[in-house]
Design a binder for this molecule. Structure first.
Ligand code: UD1
Ligand code: CA
Length: 467
């Protein structure tokens, strides 16, 4: 037997009216990926030579999202008017993109829960029986909205009837068409050419090719309902996201990550977490985030595009574009912004904000400070409520704090300014000039102390009341 060439058509031209959104349905996100991207990622591993994504509504954006998946052999085909799923499939075949494929998988672009395993089962069954068409179906407790799979007395599939066109008896069928099919390409092309739009919606239904193909062999694979759930509105999108999230967390737990409460932990696709890390409740990990071995994240930490090295901890903090070194401690209640880089064993404690700054090995910024556009040397200590005054209203300026320097509490460091190695600043100082290595800079008035002040004040008040 010669190897079959398998291509796929992904139907993604519809608006998704039930989303009530300005954005095309397939561009909505679940766990950090668009619905379309989830479908493409599920299809690709089965070994496709071509994928044609049919775009229409917001076609340029959907085409760009498809291209972003970076799959070789992916093309987009435009369906100018959305005349139905059958018409969409026909536009794809007529484009010639799938010429040379023996088998064509057609899948709705709104099935983010599809898995490579479910598609492989469909393809295996299709190839083994040498049929014209094989459907993926599921049995649902609530089948409303789906096409029903009608079987004859012998159990063979005879046709698919859309919900809106179904008689009550057909509506009672609980086996639904999942919207994923394997077809012999030539049989599909021949039937699509015959489709009419004589349906409840005035659309050309892809499902109407099934009945005329029965003579050439139509079969079905009953799949897992959870995999075949479509997203037609935002409530279904949220349900799908929750299933995807559970899968992602399960995979992490199997790889050795402790997840204290999976129902309260949010990890996007593409995030990586090493073994023996712990994700506490209320943790959100997004984008290109990586968490190293043994790190402890949360409770209540939200990390985007952030790298956390081994043994670090991030408690109740927001980090975006930060690079957190080994055994660093962050939080509770701090905000690391893009370009915050913390070297090994550094500490950023509570109520601090750090942006575009390097904090050296073992350095401490423990309480209530703002560090922006700064370099802090190893083992330096930045006292509570220190502020790098980095912005003069026109440009940002840098602050440099040398190794082992001791910046007193409530120091204003008016940049550009440098505090030397081993130098000190006095608490409450406004530092506008560089402080040499090993020096102390104090900028504040002499303290005036007035003994007996409280006594005199009370006496004055009593005199006023008596008079
Ligand atoms: C479709 C099936 C239904 C099945 C269900 C499974 C048909 C007629 N019905 O119904 O049997 O149970 O999927 O989820 O196929 N699209 C286009 N161009 C169009 C119309 C639609 O590209 O002209 C795309 C949509 O963007 C969507 C997909 O096709 O991604 C399916 O369309 P949708 O309207 O969601 O079909 P359902 O009503 O869910
Ligand atoms: Ca649908």
């Amino acid at each position: 037997m010669t190897a079959q060439r398998v291509g796929a058509v992904v139907l993604a031209a519809g608006k998704g009216t039930r989303f009530k959104s300005d954005r095309a349905k397939v561009l909505h996100q679940a766990c950090g990926r668009s619905v379309l991207r989830w479908v493409l990622e599920a299809l690709w591993p089965v070994g496709l030579s071509r994928v044609a994504v049919v775009v229409g509504h917001q076609g340029d954006d959907v085409a760009a999202e498809a291209a972003a998946a970076g799959l070789t052999g992916l093309v987009t085909v435009t369906q100018r008017d959305q005349l139905g799923t059958g018409h969409a499939a026909r536009v794809a075949l007529d484009s010639g993109a799938l010429d040379g494929c023996d088998t064509v998988v057609v899948a709705s672009g709104d099935l983010p829960l599809l898995t490579p395993g479910s598609l492989q089962a469909l393809l295996d069954e299709h190839a083994a029986a040498d049929r014209a068409a094989t459907l993926l179906t599921a049995r649902l407790d609530d089948a409303s909205g789906y096409g029903r799979v009608v079987r004859g007395d012998d159990g063979q599939v005879t046709r698919v009837v859309e919900d809106r066109d179904a008689e009550p008896a057909t509506r009672a069928i609980d086996e639904v068409n999942a919207g994923v099919y394997a077809f012999a390409r030539q049989s599909l092309a021949a039937q699509l050419a015959q489709l009419s739009a004589d349906t409840a919606q005035g659309e050309q239904y892809l499902t109407d090719v099934i009945e005329p193909l029965v003579d050439k062999g139509v079969g079905a694979v009953v799949g897992d309902a959870a995999v075949l759930q479509g997203v037609n509105d935002r409530a279904q999108l949220a349900d799908a996201a929750s299933t995807l999230r559970a899968r992602l967390l399960r995979a992490l737990m199997r790889d050795g990550v402790t997840v204290i409460d999976p129902a309260a932990t949010y990890v996007d696709a593409g995030v990586t977490v090493a073994a023996d890390a712990t994700l506490q409740p209320g943790t959100l990990l997004e984008g290109a985030t990586h968490v190293g071995a043994g790190a402890d994240i949360g409770p209540h930490s939200h990390l985007t595009d952030t790298v956390v090295a081994e043994g670090a901890s991030v408690h109740s903090s927001r980090c975006h574009g930060a690079d957190i070194g080994p055994h660093v401690s962050v939080g509770p209640h701090s905000f690391l912004r893009p370009g915050a880089r913390l070297a090994a064993h550094a500490e950023v404690g509570s109520f601090c904000e750090v942006k575009a700054s390097d904090i050296g090995e073992g350095a401490k910024v423990a309480h209530l400070s703002y560090v922006g556009d700064a370099t802090i040397g190893a083992q330096a200590n930045v006292g509570a409520a220190t502020v790098t005054v980095n912005y003069d209203g026109f440009a940002k300026h840098r602050t440099e704090i040398g190794p082992r320097a001791r910046v007193g509490s409530d120091t204003m460091l008016v940049a550009p300014v440098r505090v030397g190695a081993d130098a000190y600043t006095g608490a409450g100082s406004v530092i506008t000039h560089d402080v040499p290595d090993g020096a102390l800079a104090v900028e504040r008035n002499e303290q005036a102390t007035k003994p007996g002040y409280a006594e005199r004040k009370r006496a004055r008040a009593q005199r006023r009341e008596g008079g």
